[in-house]
Write a protein that binds this ligand. Structure first.
Ligand code: AHR
Length: 502
């Protein structure tokens, strides 16, 4: 008899915000330039400069929200450098990332155009570290004001009549580090001040404000920022702070030597996956602090940077953070997204770093070529959870691992979509053991099941020579029993999506 996965379809635990499946794009390496934007005159097929192949793939994956322009770049970015005729835009050095020329040809208009092509929400990150309150206030006016004003008129002069909808606005990034090396009390006060001038010109509360949260386990930051910046007066609550960010990267070894993306051992595999699991503890502990101030969970935890961070690919610019992506990345994505789903009462957004060609990307490009990474397929298989209701579920697991780095063998989460279909996503974290399972519902009986799988050797990955080594395939190794349960055989090192009509 297989291990049980018990699903209580009668217990809905909350809506899984589509933003949990969000992404992040920074002016870093080849993410924006080459990866997303090639310019109108490029021979690579594009619409207004945006790569058609990349846009199509991202739409198919149902990208819900995109964060821009950083990252550390955000607190050095002066938005007026990126508007107006391209030949007069400021050229400068991207001091933070590789010391390369930044010609500002991708700016506010281009980002909003990209979001429109993708059909996704816009998350713009403002500059607190080196920018003024006036600069931030004017950026909001430029993007969102409909009436007559200096900034709205400037926007019109630059070719955009209608204001844009800015769904999320970040008040600084990593202000404890690259965003100004601030103390939490100092930042908390700056947050209060800067956010005041992020005006709601729509009158509909269109723009949610995100406060800069902690790095990893810096609970002191969360405590002090909440204490300082949280507005205790209920009538002031709305629109004061809608989200608090959290950054957590999965690094297999240590910061100074992170480890190779493709050349690793089974011990590295389990160590990496156990580190990915740490996000569960971080959500709990930061969440407990947030609960003290905000027990109703009105403020979302926005995990707006997460993913694997390895050593760069040999021979590439160390400042470009270009890394390959294997089945190990796929399992890290599987674990993380299942955890985010299960904490959807507090986690309202998550943005994997970064979209194309940087860190744990869903897409890699080389000139006109593009490949989809194993992480891409996980996001595409999980897209059915977006805006669905989380269902209570419990899997019988065994502890597996190496050298004290232990993880449960199975990671799972389950949701019900608007049409009543049940979506199960699960991963087998073992490198060598097949897991027989039986899925049982409280009352319902499975009638029709379709499924797909992503599987391969632990370091299997796609290259420009062999772009389809790892890809989503139909999964048929299951049976629906007369009792309406589902028996399945889950191969080692695999991620599965099942859609159940019951
Ligand atoms: O994603 C790369 C960098 O990691 C971001 O710029 C920064 O916010 C974080 O430290």
């Amino acid at each position: 008899m297989g291990a049980k996965l018990l699903i209580n379809e009668n217990k809905k635990l909350g809506r899984i915000n589509e933003e949990i499946y969000g992404h992040f794009s920074e002016h870093l390496g080849r993410c924006i330039y080459e990866g997303l934007f090639v310019g109108e005159n490029s021979e690579i097929p594009n619409v207004n400069g945006m790569r058609c192949d990349v846009v199509e793939a991202l739409k198919d994956m149902k990208i819900p929200v995109l964060r821009w322009p950083g990252g550390c770049f955000a607190d050095e970015y002066h938005w007026k450098d990126g508007i107006g005729p391209k030949d007069t835009r400021k050229r400068m050095i991207n001091t933070h990332w590789g010391g390369v020329l930044e010609d500002n040809s991708f700016g506010t208009h281009e980002f909003m155009e990209l979001c429109e092509q993708l059909g996704c929400k816009a998350y713009v990150n403002g500059n607190v570290g080196s920018g003024t309150v006036q600069e931030m206030s004017e950026w909001i006016e430029y993007m969102t004001f409909d009436g007559v004003s200096p900034m709205a008129d400037l926007r019109r002069k630059n070719g955009r009549e209608e204001p844009w909808k800015v769904d999320y606005f970040g008040i600084g990034n990593e202000n404890w580090g690259c965003g100004g090396n601030m103390t939490p009390e100092y930042y908390g006060n700056l947050y209060r001040r800067y956010q005041t001038y992020v005006r709601d010109y729509s009158g509909k509360g269109n723009t949610s404000k995100i406060c800069c949260g902690a790095n990893v386990d810096d609970y002191h930051w969360t405590e002090k920022v909440m204490e300082t910046a949280f507005d205790h007066t209920p009538e002031h609550f709305h629109g004061f702070m809608d989200g608090l960010s959290l950054h957590y990267y999965t690094i297999p070894e240590v910061w100074e030597k992170k480890g190779s993306a493709t050349d690793f051992t089974s011990e590295d595999w389990y160590r990496t996956l156990s580190k990915a699991y740490r996000i569960q503890e971080l959500i709990k502990k930061h969440g407990d602090i947030m609960d003290k101030y905000d027990p109703e969970k009105k403020i979302g935890m926005m995990i707006d940077e997460w993913g694997c961070w390895f050593d760069v690919e040999p021979g590439t610019n160390p400042g470009f953070l270009y890394q390959q992506n294997t089945m190990r990345d796929a399992l890290v994505a599987c674990i993380s997204l299942n955890i985010f789903n299960k904490n959807c009462d507090r986690v309202k957004m998550a943005n994997i770093a970064q979209l194309v060609n940087v860190l744990q990307s869903v897409i890699l490009t080389e000139g006109a070529k593009m490949l989809l990474t194993p992480t891409y397929y996980v996001f595409r298989m999980y897209k059915y959870h977006q805006n669905a209701q989380l269902l209570e579920s419990f899997a019988e697991t065994a502890q597996i691992g190496a050298n004290g780095y232990n993880v449960p063998d199975i990671s799972e989460s389950v949701s019900m979509d608007e049409s009543g279909n049940i979506h199960i996503t699960l991963g087998n974290l073992s490198l060598d053991t097949v897991k027989e399972m039986e899925i049982e519902f409280s009352e319902k009986k499975a009638k029709q099941v379709t499924a797909s799988i992503l599987t391969g050797q632990m370091n299997a990955h796609n290259t420009f020579e062999n772009p389809e080594t790892v890809k989503e395939q139909p999964f048929i190794d299951f049976t629906v029993t007369v009792n309406g349960t589902i028996k399945l055989v889950v191969p080692p090192c695999s991620v599965i999506h099942m859609k159940v009509k019951a």
